[in-house]
Design a protein around this ligand. Structure first.
Ligand code: MG
Length: 262
């Protein structure tokens, strides 16, 4: 029997729309017969391809391209002016003046980014070896750093939720090598009066290896301090951190994800 769609929508509304529980999933499951041929086909997406050490990858056809090696038009410096970062001949975006912000704002997304800590950072140690970071919603940082042979505090390593949770493993390739992050970020939800309804979560694959698995975030990134949530907008820009050390980025794209209850 096919259950009416409105029943699921009503249930999601009762639950607040942010959490996908077993009950939600079961209602969706029961809407269709098993192997129902009338069930809608998913949209077709050209998946592009992964980057190699010699060549950047190509974004999926339904992605928002944030940097493809040719233009910084999708970025700005935080004041609406052109970003102060340079494009190298090999298509790498190199840290320059200030941070780099996306012009577009995002909430729930899949983000792909390739990054490299160049040879110029080889003599540096701990947090000074090519430190950068990807701040989702301009608030929640996934650390960028070379930690292949470079010990630092675990909650500040590459692949960490900075200041909160270390990566499960150290999957770094090391100095001079292109590395990839594939990240699924789910935004936090807030109640009308500002209290937390549902925390942000993040899943991170570093060079294809899972280092964060649907990790619940404690709040925005803080340095040497405990954090807590404060209500903010549903969509905000992504920020690429300028920590003062040289870092290279390439092939940056995002796919906006539907809310979990859809
Ligand atoms: Mg950082």
């Amino acid at each position: 029997m096919i259950r009416p769609r409105y029943f699921t929508l009503a249930l999601a509304a009762v639950l607040g729309g942010a959490v996908l529980s077993f009950a939600d999933a079961r209602e969706r499951y029961l809407q269709w017969e098993v192997h129902d041929k009338d069930r809608p086909q998913p949209p077709i997406v050209d998946p592009g391809y992964a980057g190699t050490q010699d060549k950047p990858g190509k974004a999926p056809s339904d992605a928002v391209v944030l940097f493809d090696g040719t233009s910084t038009d999708a970025l700005h410096n935080g004041k609406g002016e052109p970003v102060g970062w340079e494009i190298r001949e090999d298509g790498a975006l190199v840290r320059g003046r200030g941070d780099a912000f996306t012009k577009q704002s995002f909430g729930d997304i899949q983000l792909h980014v390739e990054w490299r800590i160049p040879e110029s950072q080889a003599g540096r140690s701990s947090q000074q070896r090519g430190n950068s970071g990807i701040f989702f919603m301009n608030k929640y940082e996934i650390q960028v750093l070379d930690n292949k042979d470079n010990k630092t505090y675990p909650d500040g390593m590459a692949g960490s939720v900075y200041g909160q949770f270390p990566p499960m493993v150290n999957a770094g390739r090391g100095i001079g090598k292109w590395q990839s992050y594939d990240i699924i970020f789910r935004r936090p939800h807030f109640n009308e009066e500002g209290s937390l309804k549902q925390p942000a979560t993040v899943t991170v694959l570093h060079n294809g290896v899972v280092v964060q698995d649907n990790q619940v975030l404690m709040g925005p990134t803080r340095h040497k301090a405990r954090t807590q949530y404060g209500k903010h907008a549903d969509k905000l820009p992504i920020r690429f951190q300028n920590h003062g050390e040289e870092v290279h980025y390439r092939n940056i794209w995002a796919r906006e994800l539907p809310p979990r209850d859809e």
